[in-house]
Design a protein around this ligand. Sequence first.
Ligand code: GDP
Ligand code: GDP
Length: 454
Amino acid sequence: AEFLRLDAAAAEESTTEQGEPPQPVVAVVGRPNVGKSTLVNRILGRREAVVQDTPGVTRDRIAYDATWRGRRFTLVDTGGWEPNASGLQGSVAAQAELAMSAADVVLLVVDATVGATATEEAVAKVLRRSKRPVLLAANKVDDERLLAETASLWSLGLGEPRPVSALHGRSSGDLLDAMVDALPEAPRERDHVAAGPRRVALVGKPNVGKSSLLNKLTGEQRAVVDSVAGTTVDPVDSMVELDEQLWRFVDTAGLRKRVQTASGAEYYASLRTRTAIDAAEVAIVLLDASEPLSEQDLRVVTSVAESGRALVLAFNKWDLVDEDRRHQLDREIDRGLVRVPWAERVNVSALTGRAVRKLAPALRTALASWDQRVPTGQLNSWLSELIAATPPPVRGGKQPKVLFATQAGVRPPTLVLFSTGFLEAGYRRFVERKFRERFGFTGTPVRINVRVRE
Ligand code: GDP
Ligand code: GDP
């Protein structure tokens, strides 16, 4: 039982633990009218819709997914951050500071036809102190004659000024090359298409009916492939065809042979559960609907959610459930399964075969959510509305500001919120609830990480 953690603190932790590292972030900073938005559109190739100005809604898209030479990164247009009271210079400097805290690379855009102003000098000072790579774009260099102007920007102490014309596209490829070279090493975009059948763990406490269900599922088909191909020893997994799709039920050897070690049975049961969950992409947690939900049931459910696997809850022995028991069970579920309101529930009977056909669609839904990715632009237009309506609570006299978000990973879906301050667990849960209301994600845990400026 030591393997399975149930305590609230442990579950809380899992919302901040790092999943897949987020894709690198490039922040574009500069005074108004230097051409930041034009440059951002140029980089995106105008694939993302240009923001429409709706009265009452300020720029609601500030972060975008971009790709150059096969490298994915998030491009943040800080022009969307509202100016503050300390005047233009202060606001641009604040912009730069925020950008530095959130970004891996900062792109400072200067209007070469104007040259460096006091504002740029102030910002450059802030940027020079940071350890982040900074690229200096000398914009509006529409033709050769303006090249001379760019040289004067060396004085900012940010390295080589790179002439570019955001409007006409001149040299924007060179700028992007330099930008991609400055990005930190990031994991290559993995091929998220699973190789072979999707892997399912069938777990639950002893006597809930796991082996009965597996027998039912395999018994109804013509050919059961007790694979792993080529193995002469006991096959560990079972290939099961459900709903015209082949699934790999992992680690079923123990189930089939019905090993029941007298001593340490529970130890082996929980070890087996752990191993199966780790090997799977989605877990069916089997619960005995005829009996009260137990601590042991909840531990299994929690360990699936914590391991970041997709989840389907199957209430077995439904043939034994009468009206009274059903009402009781509803209350037990409300109380006991509060952590996983997003999991689909299927009421089955391994004995009669009732509703076992519903398992495959539930597995497919859960896996689709597990694989789902929300584009950064869409995510941020939703997030900025949410935060405008319900900002994070003030903490220690300070109002943390959520700047933008990206979905850093899938399997399970992992969001990273970039913020100026710590976001309480309660607020992260609120964001998760709203995120699910908007985007779905039925059947999968969702992780929310917060990147706070140091
Ligand atoms: P932002 O406030 O920094 O986002 O600046 P915008 O992207 O809105 O651009 C301000 C103005 O400068 C617009 O009228 C743009 O058309 C113009 N502009 C942007 N880039 C260039 C450029 O490379 N050359 C010229 N000539 N004008 C540009
Ligand atoms: P496991 O330990 O989880 O593999 O559970 P088993 O498959 O060995 O089942 C434990 C007991 O529950 C056996 O006596 C089964 O016949 C019984 N059982 C399993 N599924 C059902 C069901 O849907 N309805 C009823 N009434 N009994 C069931």
